[in-house]
Design a protein around this ligand. Structure first.
Ligand code: BES
Ligand code: ZN
Length: 927
């Protein structure tokens, strides 16, 4: 142990030096001045007894913690947050003694002081009693409630400990590397049930009629994965092929919506058992749908928890995208049972090691277990999302130092999740899926029950040929791989660092923020390549000093086999075997970089898309649309060029290309909606409707087709109705009236309900009818569509939170605020609401949470005037550190608005001219 981690208590007797120590609540010096705990002592085993009282809404408990003493000391530092601690005892070999307790709430720490030394290697236990209120937020041990259809309110209690909230439920060493075994007992009333990470072994009746459930001891795990729930839930169960009992828990009236999740969990757990080649570690896994839940879901070991919308599925009322969403969330949380739970990051700086991986595994597992969901059609959307935040100077490397709970919360962002997943996908494509799979199995086996840093993963992926037995196939693939990439194929070369240094490649993606823009210029057979950082800023000096090792892939007009080249330098040159009409880099967008086609490059691509767009895959087309518009933002490409490219979209039918077309064009008029420029705004809207008119007209108003087709249909019809496309509005109005006349009993095709509800919500009577149906519905996905439709209305008085307040759950408020902020009649209300309720919001949802940062960035990212920038700056500028002034999302907000201002200044005249020219042309053609 380094001297740095040594307890400051060594100097305590010297009063002179003690004065820079923190001060405990009782006025005495607190003997530890760091946020991270010392490594002198670690926990081995926790015995926890927890007694929540669902009437008085508080809980008491006893924690007995067995300790491993690594260095002689008389002080134990551990975490506890907002609880009363009493009767603290040391159980030492020489007997039981009371310990003196100091509290330092600022770091959520306790110091337990012993009057004799705890010596290295001997066995000690501490026992603490504690009491606290059930939390009113969504973390720690918190209260949740729901209303039955007869109007009765029922209360329950559930946990959410990640990242730093186990300490709010029991005293503990609340850092991911302090793994221990947990034996949990829960005291409850007979009308409730209790569930936890492990199966229940027995129930004991206590005097007074209370029951105490004893759960089996867990395997070694981190505190953030502990979970327990006391509720009146019902459950359904099945067993996997590998003999694991899966159960889904929900409130009694929704138990009939759990069948889909149960089957999905069985199938996916079996998938991971096979893929990882390591059996799931516990005898059971429960999935619970919690009525109040802030995030989407949580991977607690053996007991994952979900939002109701993330788990409950009604075959008659849920949509194709609901099914996709539920399957993905389950796949994500189950992937964590290995990536995260079995092998855990050493510290939160490497959060991506589990979150990037789980996000990535959503796609791998669904691709194989649910081919009919075509999840592959959606992966590149993640890379676009990641690039959006990663192109700002306020971005951060995938691995970033963090210390306090707010910084830790902020790690749960698109960089850890989406960029993490995209760079893993790039690496898998580079190494081949087979070598990649072998490498991660090796990693999981080697580090089971331990903690890791990123370089452990790179090492495991480098030494793939070390695995001996089952490698015959692997070796073959490897030879093929080396041949394709012009690498020597001898096993020794494979291991040699120069030949394939996975770590050197991947460090450039995880330790630097941002991503490269590769400029490609074809001259005859020569392809000139150069790389620079893609950054949306005025200040070019910020792009200097970045260099990536980029696994480039490309195709040309004369060869559609994928060519590969690892670009390690700032510039390089490739030679083609012959002259070509066009090149396309970043095939299928399996790489995390953007490409600019210099010289005649873009023109040849525009010609190709105009005449033969199916020569490229849908993903390639989506990728080109994204790149060309993003290049406009940094002045590399003129807006006209991007718009010319967009013209081919009138013949596009594939979901990613269509949605990316919308994704680039719609924000342009969304900016205008928040300024006074109705004429241009309407011209732009007209252009987009024209572009997709053919596709919209071809949509059936049914639920037929593949998942992608169905998702696309809902999207297109919703867009058409919101944009007042007459044929769509007429049809939706008829359907809404029919549905209303049937008092909501008529069953509409699921895919079109959003469009129908949006049209219905335009009139006060329609809105009120939807609201009544919302109030009584038990179908979460139907409710969520109604809720969104209600926020799209132009009826201003229906857009204030007070019109939803009592009926809607607070967990849904952030989504409503964001949705209202996109409504041209509501964006001011949303911004005012955010400012007026800031203190309440951060208390409820916590500083740095993605809920808060999502609200901040989404409510403001369509502003493009200096006045709005000033207003936003003046509000966030008035915050203090305690109220969030240090949050990264504030910088992101400023940068985004500045970028919007620049975009509008440069491009509005061009946009106007291009649209005018086009409408003349169209008018001519019509004659
Ligand atoms: N570990 C997270 C849950 C979490 C998020 C805990 C933020 C603490 C802070 C969980 O595995 C997760 O990533 N959930 C996602 C859903 C998933 C499908 C991407 C979420 O909640 O958004
Ligand atoms: Zn996760």
């Amino acid at each position: 142990f380094s001297s740095q981690s040594r307890l400051r208590v060594a100097i305590l007797p010297n009063q002179g030096q003690a004065k820079d120590l923190p001060i405990a609540t009782n006025g005495q010096p607190f003997p530890w001045d760091r946020m991270r705990l010392p490594k002198t002592i670690s926990p081995l085993h926790y015995d926890l007894t927890i007694h929540p009282n669902l009437t008085t809404l508080d809980f008491t408990g006893v924690a007995r913690i067995e300790l491993d003493v690594h260095e002689d000391t008389s002080i134990i530092i551990l975490h506890a947050k907002q609880m009363q601690i009493s009767n603290v005892l040391l159980l030492a070999p020489e007997g039981i003694r009371p310990l003196h307790v100091l509290e330092y709430p600022h770091f959520h720490q306790l110091a337990l002081l012993s009057d004799s030394v705890l010596t290295k290697g001997r066995k000690y236990e501490v026992q603490l009693e504690f009491a606290a209120n059930l939390s009113d937020s969504y973390h720690g041990f918190y209260k949740s409630s729901y209303r039955t259809s007869s109007g009765e309110v029922r209360v329950m209690a559930s946990t959410q400990f990640e990242a730093t909230f186990a300490r709010a439920a029991f005293p503990c060493f609340d850092e991911p590397a302090f793994k221990a075994n947990f034996t949990i007992r829960i005291i409850r009333e007979p009308r409730h049930i209790a569930i936890s990470n492990m199966p229940k072994v027995k129930t004991v009746e206590l005097p007074g009629g209370l029951l105490e459930d004893h759960f089996d001891t867990t395997i070694k795990m981190s505190t953030y994965l502990v979970a327990y729930i006391v509720s009146d839930f019902l459950s359904v169960s099945k067993t996997t092929q590998h003999g694991v009992k899966i159960s889904v828990y929900a409130v009694p009236e929704k138990i009939n919506q759990t069948a889909y999740a149960l089957d999905a969990a069985v199938k996916l757990l079996d998938f991971y058992d096979n893929y990882y080649d390591i059996p799931y570690q516990l005898p059971k896994h429960d999935l619970a749908a919690i009525p109040d839940f802030q995030a989407g879901a949580m991977e607690n070991w053996g007991l994952s928890t979900y939002r109701e919308t993330g788990l409950l599925f009604d075959p008659d009322r849920s949509s194709a995208s609901d099914k996709l969403g539920i399957t993905k969330v389950i796949a994500h949380e189950l992937a964590h049972q290995w990536f995260g739970n079995l092998v855990t990051m050493e510290w939160w700086n490497d959060l991506w090691l589990k979150e990037g991986f789980a996000k990535f595994m959503e796609y791998i597992s669904l691709d194989i277990s649910y081919p009919e969901l075509h999840v592959d059609d959606f992966f590149l959307g993640k890379c676009f999302d990641a690039m959006e935040v990663d192109s700002l100077s306020s971005s951060h490397p995938v691995s970033t130092p963090v210390e306090n709970p707010m910084q830790i919360q902020e790690m749960f962002d698109d960089v850890s999740y989406d960029k993490g997943a995209c760079i893993l996908n790039m690496l898998r494509d580079f190494l081949t899926p087979e070598a990649f799979e072998i490498g991660i199995i090796q990693y999981l086996k080697r580090y089971s029950y331990q903690n890791t840093v990123s370089s452990h993963l790179w090492e495991s992926l480098t030494n793939v040929s070390d695995v001996s037995d089952d490698l015959d196939e692997g070796r073959l693939k490897h030879r093929e791989f080396c041949a394709k990439r012009n690498l020597p194929s001898g096993a020794s070369k494979w291991q040699s660092d120069d030949e394939l240094d996975v770590r050197a490649i991947m460090d450039t993606w995880t330790l630097q923020e941002g991503f490269p823009l590769v400029t490609v210029e074809v001259r005859g057979r020569e392809v000139r390549l150069s790389q620079e950082r893609y950054l949306k800023t005025d200040d070019p000096s910020l792009t200097e000093g970045f260099l990536w090792q980029i696994p480039l892939t490309y195709m040309t007009s004369t060869s559609n086999t994928i060519q590969r080249f690892l670009l390690k330098t700032k510039t390089d040159i490739l030679y083609l075997p012959e002259e070509v009409d066009w090149v396309k880099f970043n095939v299928d967008m399996s790489g995390y970089y953007m490409v600019h086609y210099a010289g005649e490059g873009w023109n040849s691509i525009i010609r190709l898309l105009q005449h033969n767009h199916t020569a490229l895959s849908g993903n390639d087309r989506a990728n080109l649309i994204h790149n060309v518009f993003q290049l406009v933002s940094i002045g590399k490409v003129r807006l006209d060029t991007a718009l010319e490219l967009s013209l081919y979209l009138s013949r596009e039918t594939e979901i990613m290309a269509v949605t990316q077309g919308f994704g680039e064009l719609v924000p342009l008029y969304k900016l205008m909606e928040k300024r006074d420029m109705a004429a241009l705004e309407n011209q732009m809207k007209g252009y987009i409707v024209d572009l997709f008119r053919g596709l919209i007209d071809r949509q059936e108003w049914t639920d037929s087709g593949s998942v992608s087709e169905r998702v696309l249909r809902s999207y297109l019809l919703l867009f058409a109705c919101v944009r007042n496309y007459a044929p769509c509005v007429t049809k939706a109005t008829q359907l809404f009236n029919k549905w209303k006349d049937s008092d909501g009993t008529l069953s509409l095709p699921v895919d079109i309900t959003m469009a129908v509800f949006v049209i219905g919500a335009r009139t006060p009577e329609g809105w009120d009818f939807l609201f009544e149906k919302y109030r009584h519905s038990m179908q979460m996905s139907v409710k969520s569509r109604m809720k969104t439709a209600m926020t799209v209305t132009s009826l201003q008085d229906k857009l204030t939170w007070s019109s939803y307040g009592e009926v809607m759950k607070t967990q849904d408020l952030p989504g409503v605020v964001v949705s209202v902020s996109k409504n041209p009649h509501g964006y001011k209300l949303a911004w005012d609401f955010l400012r007026a309720n800031w203190h309440t919001l951060i208390k409820k949802f916590d500083l740095g949470s993605s809920t808060i940062s999502h609200m901040v960035t989404q409510v403001t990212n369509q502003y493009s005037t200096r006045e709005m920038l000033d207003e936003v700056r003046s509000f966030f500028g008035s915050l203090t550190e305690e109220t969030g002034s240090e949050m990264r999302c504030i910088q992101q907000t400023y940068e985004t608005i500045e970028d919007n201002i620049r975009w509008m200044d440069t491009n509005l005249p061009l946009l106007q001219a291009w649209l005018n020219k086009r409408s003349h042309k169209v008018a001519h053609e019509d004659l």
